[in-house]
Design a binder for this molecule. Structure first.
Ligand code: GLN
Length: 462
């Protein structure tokens, strides 16, 4: 089949099912077809840009694009078009990947259900009364409803992995600093990382190699070689994990998790042993403090990053009729333009950073962050990868947790330590839960810059 045919088929699929799923905030069929036609010409001329040239993709609406709006799921940026492409967007274009459109997300990537989007929730294709995870629920739902074969997400505290888990797709949070954040609208800069999503580990690896790499325009970008993730996925697909040491994190295996999730995880561990891996239990005692530390560090960074939405520079402006002061316009715009979860975090972060409280909250949280990194370092002295469930729960019903922020935050328990340490991790489908028949994900974690290990183990397991 030609790239144009593949792209057309996905555009048709979007038209058929996305009225119900709401994975896309913007569909760019015509532009995608222009890219696909160009790739078909390259194929005819024997000059293909990349192994994924002509394979269409869904892009989370937090990466800037000059030819489509970038809203971050917020009214604040409704209709805003960036004057420049994110580095990741440029890399997709250079690889000949047609961008089908921009996907729905929790506002400014804050949430675990995509219900915090100002444009309505995305629905989980497995059960449309349920959440698709978040914040990247749009990208995950686009994959699992066959609207796109590839997608891009961002993962600040689990927003690639948890949506992958609850939609039975694959998603990787790469090592911090290995995928450029230039043109990625910031949520929490020390945690944010763009990453690849797919329906198979190999597809995800191919996309990983397209988007990773040093970028001088991102001050935290690491100038190191991209780990050989495609070769690792091919190696893993042979199904032999002998010589690989896997650690089960005791603190991420709890009676408070859904029983079907624990049963699926235990079965996954048994399968890793059958594939030849040596499995040991390891303890990471500070992981229990990851959640409170994250929910101080993240809001602190959010309160600083979102100060740019001041009614002057971007998007929405309310009350600019000559009768209000600049401060009033700013405050009216923020009141109208930002949703409750974003406001909550800006207020928590402003408080945590204020004089007199900084040491007690932000300072303490950063100490915990170091202790978590030390737990990881100690564990990786004896094992190659760590495993846990990706999320304590299968997808819950829309509306169930949206008015209970703490219940929502609990769904991030297993994913947060990796972000705090700047390491990498992947979620791979781990069957359906015995208690409700809904998808469960297996999380595989590895040290910084050892992303290839995720793909070797993930491809062997899937
Ligand atoms: N669910 C987490 C949060 O609400 C993670 C978000 C993310 O990774 N962007 O902060």
């Amino acid at each position: 089949v030609s790239s144009v045919e593949v792209t057309e088929a996905h555009i048709r699929r979007i038209a058929e099912v996305d009225g119900e799923i709401n994975a896309f905030l913007h569909v760019a069929g015509e532009q995608a077809l222009v890219t696909a036609a160009e790739v078909d010409r390259q194929i005819a001329a024997g000059t293909v840009a990349s192994p994924l040239a002509g394979v269409p993709l869904a892009l989370k609406d937090v990466f800037t694009t000059t030819d489509m709006p970038t809203t971050c799921g917020s009214k604040m940026l409704e209709g805003w078009v960036s004057p420049y492409d994110a580095t990741l967007t440029t890399k997709l274009r250079e690889a000949g990947i047609p961008i089908l459109g921009k996907t729905n997300m929790d506002e400014f990537a804050m949430g675990s259900s995509t219900e915090n989007s100002a444009y309505g929730p995305t629905r989980n294709p497995w059960d449309t009364d349920r959440i698709p995870g978040g914040s990247g629920g749009g990208s995950a739902a686009a994959l699992s409803s066959y609207q796109a074969p590839l997608a891009i997400g961002t993962d600040t505290g689990g927003s690639i992995r948890q949506p992958a888990a609850v939609t039975a797709t694959v998603g990787t949070k790469p090592t911090y600093g290995t995928v450029s954040r230039f043109g990625l609208v910031a949520c929490a800069s020390s945690l944010d990382q763009g990453g690849p999503c797919g329906r198979t580990v190999l597809d995800t690896a191919l996309l990983h190699e397209v988007i990773a790499g040093y970028d001088p325009r991102d001050s935290t970008s690491r100038n190191v070689p991209v780990p050989p993730v495609v070769a690792a996925a091919r190696e893993g697909a042979k199904g032999d994990l002998s010589g690989v040491k896997v650690g089960v994190v005791r603190e991420l295996h709890s009676d408070s998790y859904q029983p079907g999730v624990i049963a699926s995880f235990d079965a996954a561990v048994a399968q890793l042993k059958e594939l030849g891996a040596e499995v040991v239990e390891v303890s990471c005692p500070h992981f229990e403090y990851a959640l409170p530390a994250y929910y101080l560090i993240l809001p602190s960074e959010v309160s600083s990053n979102l100060a740019r939405f001041d009614a002057m520079r971007y998007g929405l402006r309310v009350g600019d009729d000559g009768s209000h002061s600049a401060e009033q316009v700013m405050s009216m715009t923020r009141e109208a333009g930002l949703g409750p979860e974003v406001k909550r975090r800006i207020m928590i972060g402003t408080y945590a950073l204020s004089s007199g409280y900084y040491e007690a909250y932000y300072g303490q949280a950063n100490k915990v962050r170091n202790l978590i990194a030390q737990d990881f370092d100690k564990a990786y002295e004896t094992v190659d990868v760590l495993v846990s469930p990706t999320s304590p729960f299968t997808p819950w019903k829309l509306g169930e947790k949206v008015n209970d922020p703490l219940a929502m935050y609990l769904s991030d328990l297993c994913t947060l330590p990796t972000n705090l340490a700047g390491h990498c991790a992947m979620s791979v489908p781990s069957g359906l839960s015995a208690d409700d028949g809904l998808p469960v994900g297996l999380q595989i974690m590895a040290p910084a810059l050892a992303d290839d290990r995720l793909y070797r183990v993930g491809a062997a397991y899937e």
